[in-house]
Ligand binder design. Structure first.
Ligand SMILES: [Fe+2]
Length: 363
């Protein structure tokens, strides 16, 4: 169980330890650095196991250490309520603040929101739908099409625009074309480890503003109120411009990760000059896009699911399904809201904590 450690100079959260309760499941590591794929496991079996809490807690450890976990088997018996309960419990059992719960998407009231496959809507479920997204983005001022442009801007971490962003997100892909629509995850732990010690020390001191004004503009355009609160008493109102640490400690592992250094929702590195802000964000983005060994890629199949820890990975969708004739891509996602991001001065990088050597130097 996560508990605050009373000793000085020790971690704010005691790192979680894997107990072995998922050893019966077959898996492969997606890459040496990031990702694990369970080939036949069913999420419902974990939820209904006699030792479900132990298994869910262990899964939280694995997701937090590996960054993202894929469930390749068709999870067709996983109901919407199961998806919500699963995501909520993984987060809760890994020490999420007691007052928090599942995220409510700010634009849930948008009339353009399409229902889930069962015809219903749910304020805790974000529906991924390639056709609906095109319509909704048209209402968002400044949210331009990525067609013909760099896909750098796809990289993000869920809910970074909130005071308390998401810790775990779980996406269940209901329908997907035979090709296209892959999702990529990049390890923030490893990107931090690719940076030289003096530069890491400098980045440790920085915060960034994560402004996302498109939500307010979408509400104004659609003439509806933004949802509030959104999974935490701290996630209220329509400002969407919190400051977050550029380097964050993952509460489950105690390892440092680059967090608000780059990505869709990171708008400004605080306290530095404009050209320095651009330089830092471009530098972090360059590390993401130039080090594909830090990336795990999911080619979706019908009913597959992925669960990831937003405090130590970014992810990026691949907007190429418009090139596949008749492609339909729909999925449902639940996200838990974690703690307010912090950098624990007692935390270490993943390689420092594990005592492993660099695979290769930074670019
Ligand atoms: Fe996302």
């Amino acid at each position: 169980m996560i508990a605050k450690d009373p000793e000085p100079n020790s971690l704010r959260y005691t790192p979680m330890k894997y107990s072995g309760s998922l050893d019966h499941l077959s898996y492969v590591e997606v890459t040496p650095i990031i990702g694990r794929e369970y080939s036949t496991a069913k999420i419902t079996d974990i939820l209904h196991a006699p030792n479900a809490e132990e298994q869910l807690r262990d899964l939280a450890v694995i997701v937090s250490e590996r960054g993202v976990v894929f469930f390749r088997e068709n999870q067709d018996d996983l109901s919407v309520d199961d998806l919500k309960r699963f995501t909520d419990l993984v987060a809760k059992l890994s020490g999420r603040p007691e007052e928090n719960g599942l995220h409510v998407h700010p634009l849930y009231r948008d009339p353009g929101n399409i229902p889930m496959g069962n015809g219903e809507t749910d304020e805790n479920i974000y529906v991924i739908n390639s056709e609906a997204a095109k319509k909704l983005y048209k209402t968002m001022k400044g949210r331009e099409s990525t067609v013909g442009k760099s896909l750098e801007r796809e990289w993000h971490s869920d809910g970074t625009f909130e005071v308390c962003p998401s810790d775990f997100s779980c996406l269940l892909m209901e329908e997907t074309p035979s090709h296209g629509g892959d999702t990529l995850w990049c390890s923030g732990y490893e990107i931090y480890d690719r940076i030289s010690p003096p530069m890491r020390s400098f980045l440790d001191t920085l915060t960034a503003t994560c402004a996302q004004p498109v939500f307010k503009s979408a509400c104004t355009a659609g003439n509806y109120a933004v949802m509030s609160p959104r999974g935490s008493p701290l996630n209220v109102g329509d400002t969407f411009a919190p400051s977050h640490p550029v380097v964050r400690t993952n509460r489950q592992t105690g390892w440092k990760s680059i967090f608000a250094g780059a990505g869709l929702h990171v708008s400004r590195i605080n306290d530095v000059y404009d050209y320095e802000d651009n330089m830092i964000r471009e530098y972090i983005m360059r590390l993401i896009t130039h080090n594909h060994d830090c990336v795990a890629r999911m080619h979706w199949t019908k009913g597959a699911a992925a669960i990831w820890n937003n405090s130590c990975v970014w992810h990026a969708a691949t907007p190429d399904t418009h090139l596949v004739p008749g492609a339909i891509r729909t999925g449902i996602r639940a996200s838990s809201i974690g703690e307010q991001p912090f950098l624990d001065p007692a935390s270490k990088s993943r390689r420092e904590a594990l005592g492993t050597v660099d695979l290769r130097p930074a670019i």
